[in-house]
Design a protein around this ligand. Structure first.
Ligand code: DQA
Length: 150
């Protein structure tokens, strides 16, 4: 395996309000706090975090990270269910993308059951609370290992 894997977490709209927003669904800690816990757990991974409420900024970040990062962990939040533009940006890059959601979108309103981005991601992880992000990191580590071996 490469010595330092580079990963990007990209969070979409309203995820800046984690810890405040609908706590019964999304929990009561902010992503900034969780990101510190996650970074401490993976000291050998170069982990970067970006959040935006704007579709264009999310696309810009996907394009920026998408040719040099070893993995993008993307929670596109509500754009998951609407954005062909974000789906296209994932198709355009070479970095593998893991779709993540905190809640189990399959158990929620029917409009959350469709993901425009899932077909362009290597896989999707949802329903494990914030731990979904850690599981995505593990998936990218495994993918990177497999790539080195093949
Ligand atoms: C979410 C699920 C989306 O349906 C919702 O719009 C969000 C958060 C999640 O992480 O569970 O904002 O992506």
């Amino acid at each position: 395996m490469k010595e330092t894997l580079k990963m990007h977490i990209i969070n979409g709209p309203n995820l800046n309000l984690l810890g405040i927003r609908e706590k019964s669904i999304y929990g009561d800690i902010s992503f900034k706090k969780y990101f510190i816990i996650l970074s401490n757990r993976y000291p050998n991974i170069d982990l970067k975090y970006f959040q935006s409420n704007s579709e264009g900024e999310i696309i810009n970040k996907i394009q920026e990270a998408g040719f040099s990062s070893d993995g993008i962990i993307l929670n596109a939040a509500a754009y998951t269910h609407t954005s062909i533009a974000i789906a296209d940006s994932i198709a355009a890059i070479t970095t593998p993308v893991v779709e993540v959601h905190i809640s189990n979108i399959a158990k929620r309103e029917s409009y959350r059951h469709q993901s425009y981005i899932a077909p362009n991601c290597i896989g999707s992880i949802f329903g494990f609370g914030l731990d979904s992000y850690r599981l995505a990191i593990e998936a990218i580590i495994e993918q990177a290992n497999l790539k080195v071996k093949s």
